[in-house]
Every structure is written in structure tokens, then in C-alpha cells.
Design a protein around this ligand. Structure first.
Ligand code: ZN
Length: 106
């Protein structure tokens, strides 16, 4: 059981929704409530985000008190929503939909 006073607001909200069993010990992006926390700034070079924005990693994607991924703020917002940091090509039509229908020759 974590000290709830030590948790950030997003972590606390996730703990309220998902419980604190195994908090900080094991976290699953599929089984636990995902939330975003800013990474405390550190001296030195910041790693670049892999979502495609080219910016620095500024936020951590966490579940059950465990950091599972890091990316830019937008990437982590996306991860909290969908479980993926990269944008999903939801608007792109499925490949099978692009198949040309051949008309039978007369
Ligand atoms: Zn990014």
C-alpha cells in the first residue's frame, strides 16, 4: 500500500479507480489504469520522443505506480487513451477496401 500523500494527482486518480494492489511492483498497460506524469527535468541531453514529433521526452506513461513508457506530452496522452504512443492510422481505409472490383467482360 503506497502512502497516498506521496502520489501525484493523476496517480491518485488512477489508484482510486484501479486500486493499489501491487502498486509500484508490477504494472500492466492492459490491466491497470494508465496515467501520465511529467518527468522531472534533469541536467544533460533529453532523449527524443519516438512518437514521430521529434521533440524531447517530457512525460512518463505509468500504470499501477510503474513507469512503462516515456514520450512527449501528446504521445503519453495518446498512450493513456489507446495504449500506443504512436498515432494510429484509424482514418486510413483498410487495404481490402481499396481492392478494385473487376467487371465481368461481356
Ligand atoms: Zn512525441
Amino acid at each position: 500500500m503506497p502512502d497516498l500523500n506521496d502520489l501525484s494527482r493523476p496517480a491518485l486518480a488512477a489508484a482510486m479507480r484501479g486500486g493499489t494492489a501491487g502498486w509500484g511492483v508490477s504494472g500492466s498497460s492492459a490491466e491497470h489504469v494508465r496515467y501520465s506524469e511529467p518527468i522531472p527535468p534533469r541536467p544533460g541531453r533529453r532523449r527524443n520522443c519516438h512518437c514521430g514529433c521529434g521533440g524531447p521526452k517530457t512525460h512518463a506513461g505509468r500504470a499501477n505506480g510503474v513507469t512503462l513508457t516515456t514520450a512527449c506530452e501528446l504521445g503519453i496522452v495518446r498512450w493513456v487513451k489507446t495504449g500506443t504512443v504512436r498515432p494510429t492510422p484509424a482514418a486510413a481505409p483498410a487495404r481490402s477496401a481499396a481492392v478494385v472490383q473487376l467487371r465481368p467482360r461481356p
